[in-house]
Design a protein around this ligand. Structure first.
Ligand code: ATP
Length: 444
């Protein structure tokens, strides 16, 4: 099935296939599996760590490297309570929790299709009153329990940018409109984690806070909604499987004048990859009031002081990596066999090149190593010399490797290799001294 036809006829097994492929090929493992598994936490294996890194690199490149108006940050995960007091997380970062008195299952009230029926046991009217459950993980800093200070694992990376606003303004020579971007782990004690890595208690975010003059905030909000959608499309998302959904008035946070979610059509329906919000001056004002520090900007040209408004595109790296995996998954029939191929954009593919000597014979090994040395400095490459060449091509297709380079016995005479392209399966004979240029043209 091509990605286009997959949409009109959704594959009901896609979710299971992705979970299975992830485990079988080393994208994602259940955490602490040898001890029976730690529920809803996952470890990224040799291929998953590359995919995730490529998603994050693509984000960083577009949000930081290719712009003169955004700088990076890596703030601490452990955060003192004052930050969460000021941000509103201590009071408000909670989900409504209900317990089923019949089967003891816990659910998030706002995520239930029917707020009166327990989806676990099907009983109606069995829920307790909803109570607010704070999602932040609390721990202690310091060795002595009773004098140790409470600290929190951050539930989002965003506050690191707000509390460093003045530091960055004073050191980076940036002025509004400018942004601070960060990629890192966040932690939420989710009531109902699930759908594989979609909702976990430990996850990675890619967030950017863009500080603008108040009068320009709507224009920048629209700009970032468009720019972020373009990022997904540029990396190969099918336009029919991704959408921007504006929040309606009831959904908006009290301080926000506009919020939209980037949603992907997951096997269970449309769900969020990223939120883009016009947060007004809420965050800087809260931290300025709570800390007593000035978190504003003096615009010399207009001789006015103002608190910048903030546009925040906040995406999940782990969720997005899974969406790209699902979007790329394809099966096609070739010579009565089913070929599984991940049609990942080469920028996201874990390996860009696989070097495959036709056989393990000593005569081929030195040349195969020579080829690996040519490609490895520039592209993440795999080297595999066992099994039939057909099986090895199939293994590379299944993990999305755009090019396989085969070293065969003719190579020893003609100093050429066979380069096979993943999607078309087309093979070209390429001279070894042209290989670098050949790949660079196609992987750029
Ligand atoms: P949700 O409504 O799904 O709980 P949210 O609206 O609270 O998410 P934000 O606070 O806007 O999420 O976080 C920004 C992004 O971080 C989300 O769009 C998502 O991609 C990611 N994210 C949030 N919570 C989780 C989680 N528990 N597991 C994985 N990714 C998450």
């Amino acid at each position: 099935m091509s990605p286009e036809s997959a949409l009109s006829a959704p594959d009901p097994d896609l979710f299971d296939k992705i979970v299975n492929l992830s485990k079988r090929r080393g994208f994602v493992f259940q955490s602490a599996e040898i001890y029976g598994g730690f529920r809803s936490t996952y470890d990224y294996g040799p291929l998953g760590v590359l995919l995730l890194r490529n998603v994050k690199d693509a984000w960083w490149r577009s949000m930081v490297q290719l712009r003169h108006d955004v700088v990076g940050l890596d703030a601490s995960i452990l955060t003192p309570p004052q930050v969460w007091q000021a941000s509103g997380h201590l009071a408000n970062f909670s989900d409504p929790l209900v317990d089923c008195t019949n089967c003891n299952a816990r659910h998030r009230l706002d995520k239930l299709d029917d707020p009166d029926t327990c989806p676990t046991c099907g009983t109606s009217g069995s829920f307790t009153e909803a109570r607010d459950f704070n999602l932040m993980f609390k721990t202690q800093a310091g060795p002595v329990a009773d004098t140790a200070a409470d600290v929190f694992l951050r539930p989002e990376t965003a506050q690191g940018m707000f509390i460093n606003f003045a530091n960055v303004l004073n050191t980076s020579r940036k002025k509004p409109p400018f942004g601070i971007a960060q990629i890192g782990k966040s932690f939420r004690n989710e009531i109902t984690p699930g759908n594989f890595v979609f909702r976990t208690r430990e996850f990675e975010q890619m967030e950017m806070e863009f500080f603008v003059p108040p009068a320009d905030s709507q224009r920048w909000y629209e700009y970032w909604c468009q720019t972020r959608m373009d990022w997904y499309l540029d990396l190969g998302m099918d336009p029919a499987a991704i959408r921007l959904r504006e929040h309606d008035a009831e959904e908006l946070a009290h301080y926000s004048t506009g919020t939209a979610d980037v949603e992907y059509l997951f096997p269970w329906g449309w769900d969020e990859l990223e939120g883009i919000a016009n947060r007004g001056d809420y965050d800087l004002t809260q931290h300025a009031n709570a800390s007593g520090e000035k978190l504003d900007y003096f615009d010399q040209a207009n001789n006015e002081r103002y608190t910048p408004h903030v546009i925040e595109p906040a995406a999940g790296a782990t969720r997005t990596a899974m969406a790209f995996l699902m979007a790329a998954y394809d099966e096609e029939t070739v010579n009565d066999d089913t070929r599984t191929v991940l049609r990942l954009d080469p920028r996201l593919a874990p390996y860009k090149v696989a070097v495959l000597p036709l056989s393990k014979k000593d005569t081929l090994t030195p040349t195969a190593h020579e080829i690996f040395d040519i490609v490895k400095g520039r592209w993440m490459a795999d080297y595999d010399e066992t099994q039939s060449i057909g099986k090895r091509y199939a293994r590379q297709d299944e993990v999305g490797t755009p090019f396989c380079v085969t070293v065969d016995f003719d190579t020893l005479d003609d100093r050429s290799v066979t380069v096979r392209e993943r999607d078309s399966r087309q093979q070209d004979r390429v001279a070894i001294d042209r290989l670098d240029g050949y790949l660079a043209e196609r992987l750029a």
